[in-house]
Design a protein around this ligand. Sequence first.
Ligand code: PLP
Length: 418
Amino acid sequence: MSMATAQAQSSPSAFDVAAVRAQFPALHQQVNNQPLIYLDNAATTQKPQVVIDAITRYYSFDNANVHRGAHCLSSRATEAFEESRKVVADFIGSPNHDQIIWVRGVTEAINLVASSWGRSSLRAGDRVLVSTLEHHSDIVPWQLICAECKAEVVPIEVSDDGIIDMDAYTTLLDGRVKMVAINQVSNALGTINPVKEIAKLAREAGALTLVDGAQAVAHWPIDVTELGCDFYAFSGHKLFGPTGIGALWGRRELLENMPPFHGGGEMIQRVSFEGTTFNDLPFKFEAGTPHIAGVIGLAAAVRWLQGIDRKAATDHEAQLLARCDELAQSVPGLQRLGPDCNRISVFSFLLEGTHPEDLGTLLDQQGIAIRTGHHCAQPLMSRFDVPGTARASFSLYNTHEEVDALFSGLEKIQTLFT
Ligand code: PLP
C-alpha cells in the first residue's frame, strides 16, 4: 500500500479520498526525498488519468484541424471539440452551447470582455467596480480599457476579515457604474463572495456583472442562470483540466452585439477588401486554430468531476479547512488572513519571525508544496499592509494527514528560528 493510500484511508471523512487520489498519478511521487503533499491547488490542480488519456488519445488518433477539413480525422476532431462545448455549457447551466466561448483562461476571458464590450460601451466618466479582493487579471484589463475610454476603475472596499463591504458597494452603485467585475472566491483568502446578491444589485442599478469563477468551479456546482450574472469565466487548469484553456459564458444578446476580439480565420463569414462580415456565435470570438486538445481535455475533466459526489467533496474540503483553522490556533505567532466562515479551500497566513518566501522553501524541503507571495492580488496585500502571505490551498484529493503534516512542518521550521 502506498503512503498516500494509507494516509487517505485513515482520513475521518466519509468521502472516499483514497479512490479519488488513486486517479491522480502526480500525487504518488516523492519530491526532495519526501512523499509529495500538494497544497497549491488554487494555483493549479493536478490532473486525473482520464484527462491525460483523453489528450493522448486525441493526439494519437484524432489529431486534425477542426471545422474545415473534409476528412475523417477532421470530422472526429470537430465532433469531439463541439461535443465538449455542450459538456461545458451543461456544467455551468448555460441555456445554449453557443454562449460558451473558448479562451485560454480567465485572464483572456476578462481581456475579451474588457476589450470588446468595454471599448464599444464605456464612455468618459463611466465606472467599472472591482473589489479589493480581485486577482490582477480582473483589475488590469479594466484599467487598460478605462484609460482608453476615459472611464474609471473604482475599488469596492473589504473589511479587516477580507469580506466585501456591501454598504460601500451599494453606495458606489450610481448611474456611472456600467460594469461590476467580481470573483466568486478570492484566490488570496478563500472568501466566498455573495455574487448573486452583487449581480442583483448591479442589475437594479443598470450595470452588468462579470463573475470570475476561477476559484469556484472546482468546489461546487455552478449555474450561471441562477447567479444572474452577465458574464462568467473559468480556467480549465484549476478544474483538473489542462492549462491554456478555459471558457467565457455571456448573455446571448450581449455577445451578439459585441464586436470581435481577435481577427483571423474562423471568425468571419466573408472577407473582401470592400468589407468583412463576421461569423455567428461562438465562432465570432474564436479566431485561428483553437486549443483542440485542451478543449477535449477540459471536457474530460468536467465529465470526471460530474462523476464525483460533489456534496461529499465540498464537505470533505470544508473539514480540511476546519482542521487547518483548529491546528492554527495552537501555533504561536501564526496570523491567519481572511474570514472565519464563508471561506473555501484557502489557508492564507503569516508566521512571526519568518518570511513567507522562506516558509515556502523550507516546506518544499519537506515535500510540502504551498504558494507564497502576493498571489497576484497586490491591492489586497496593500489593504492588509503585508507584502505577501503563505498560502496552502486544498482540493478534494487532500487528506487530513496532509493538513497535519503541514503543521508539523511549520513546527519544525519554528524550531529553526528559535
Ligand atoms: N482569477 C482568479 C481568482 C485566480 O485565482 C486566477 C489564477 O490564479 C485568475 C483569475 C487567472 O487565471 P488564469 O491564469 O488561468 O487566466
